[in-house]
Design a protein around this ligand. Structure first.
Ligand SMILES: Cc1cc2nc3c(=O)[nH]c(=O)nc-3n(C[C@H](O)[C@H](O)[C@H](O)COP(=O)(O)OP(=O)(O)OC[C@H]3O[C@@H](n4cnc5c(N)ncnc54)[C@H](O)[C@@H]3O)c2cc1C
Length: 381
């Protein structure tokens, strides 16, 4: 098996890097310390995404009929790797490109596609994902935010938590309960965040300013036309979305880039002669490359049009292990990097510490591996 990029892929990567080198501000690494969802980065991301769209590089892997170039999942992976290598200047808009856009294309009505896809395509829209609730995280199907049909609209009451980007988002991709059937009673509504009755409260967090929030819904009125899919279809739709979300962030590549930078700093400050540090760095590199291989196997399946199953959980878990190992390596051997010495390593640390929680807890991936890969019984005997 040969994992080297072909000529065309290499040139695609190089043109992306050249664009980023030319476009990002000189103080980008310090600037990106504001956090991925801060007002400063969100405003910059909107400008950056417009420029990326002008170059035809915001979503080259989307189908031609939706404004993309119909390029392969490998191009999507290269795009994501390059963006994360540079510290993800798309801010929260990475979600649009990775899973919100593709989900709209697959399940949206003509009116929803016509309304949202052009705004995503020009880098104008920021979404938030209203899934988790105070008592429903890993057990998402227990969610209780209620949407009651009243003629031509739904009345929504309930609370979401940990909602990234909610403070500045235009629209919420909201999971609501429309019946008591645990999974088939969940319905998606696309809700403008300025709808009366929505209150957003920021939760201070290590990942950065403005990242996570509580969102309260008090008698929020949502027209039936804003329902996404059929009533009760949410579980099927988010199954599709979450596979895209989990694999859309190439954290193994971010971790590997952070590791390379840490090693370069250790060489500069003379600590690289220590055998223990070398061995630990080697262990981290092996974990990053194992995670990369697991992710690439899935990209290849996608490129061949094959269905991706539980192996996405193995890839995600391998990626979390790589991220955590690099975070611990830096804490142990280069702690000064997390104060001021390296804005990049600080950014990696802020994102790395939540890698096994955000987008679903790592332990849940292990459960899926146990049942669907190892075929162990679901319940203890
Ligand atoms: C930075 C960040 C951003 C986030 N952004 C969003 C967002 O935009 N939108 C959104 O909806 N949510 C978001 N989340 C929430 C995230 O999806 C949840 O935190 C995650 O699903 C875990 O749910 P929980 O926090 O309720 O923890 P719990 O489900 O209560 O889990 C707590 C612990 O128990 C373990 N556990 C739980 N159930 C099991 C089980 N069956 N087997 C083994 N172990 C188990 C978990 O692994 C975990 O260690 C975000 C979280 C973070 C940290």
């Amino acid at each position: 098996m040969d994992f080297t990029w072909n000529e065309e892929q290499r040139s695609f990567r190089e043109s992306l890097c050249a664009f980023l080198d030319k476009t990002l501000p000189d103080d980008w690494e310090k600037f990106s310390q504001h956090g991925p969802a801060s007002p400063a980065l969100t405003a910059y991301a909107a400008k950056f995404c417009r420029e990326l769209a002008d170059q035809g590089m915001l979503f080259p892997h989307w189908p031609v009929e939706h404004g993309g170039q119909g390029l392969s999942p490998w191009h999507q992976q290269i795009l994501a790797e390059v963006m994360w290598e540079y510290g993800e200047p798309r801010g929260g808009q990475y979600m649009n490109v990775n899973w919100i856009g593709p989900t709209l294309m697959r399940y949206g009505t003509d009116a929803q596609q016509a309304n949202y896809l052009p705004k995503i395509a020009t880098g104008e829209m920021l979404w938030c994902q209203g899934f988790s609730e105070p008592d429903s995280g890993s057990d998402l199907a227990s969610l209780r935010t209620r949407a009651v049909l009243e003629g031509d609209h739904y009345r929504v009451n309930g609370q979401k938590i940990w909602t990234s980007y909610a403070g500045l988002a235009d629209t919420c991709f909201l999971l609501t309960r429309t019946s008591d059937d645990k999974k088939r009673g969940i319905t998606i509504l696309l809700v403008p965040m300025d709808t009366p009755g929505i209150t957003v409260r920021q939760i201070p967090s290590l990942i950065g300013e403005g990242d996570i929030h509580e969102v309260f819904f008090d008698d929020v009125i949502v027209p039936v036309g804003q329902r996404f899919g059929e009533e009760g279809q949410a579980w099927e739709i988010i199954g599709f979305s979450l596979t895209n979300e989990r694999l859309g962030i190439p954290r193994y590549h971010l971790a590997r880039t952070a590791l390379d930078r840490a090693v370069a700093m250790l060489k500069d400050n003379g600590y690289w002669s220590c055998d223990l540090i070398k061995a630990e760095a080697g262990r981290c590199a092996a974990l990053c490359e194992a995670a990369r291989t697991a992710n690439y196997a899935i990209v290849q399946k996608r490129a061949e049009g094959l269905k991706v199953g539980a192996e996405s959980s193995s890839a995600r878990f391998a990626t979390v292990m790589a991220e955590r190992a690099v975070c611990e390596f830096v804490v142990e051997y280069l702690p000064e990097a997390l104060v001021d010495a390296s804005p990049y390593l600080k950014m990696h640390h802020q994102r790395g510490i939540v890698a096994g929680i955000a987008a679903g807890a790592a332990e849940i991936q292990l459960n899926i591996i146990a049942t669907d890969v190892l075929e162990l019984p679901r319940e203890p005997r």
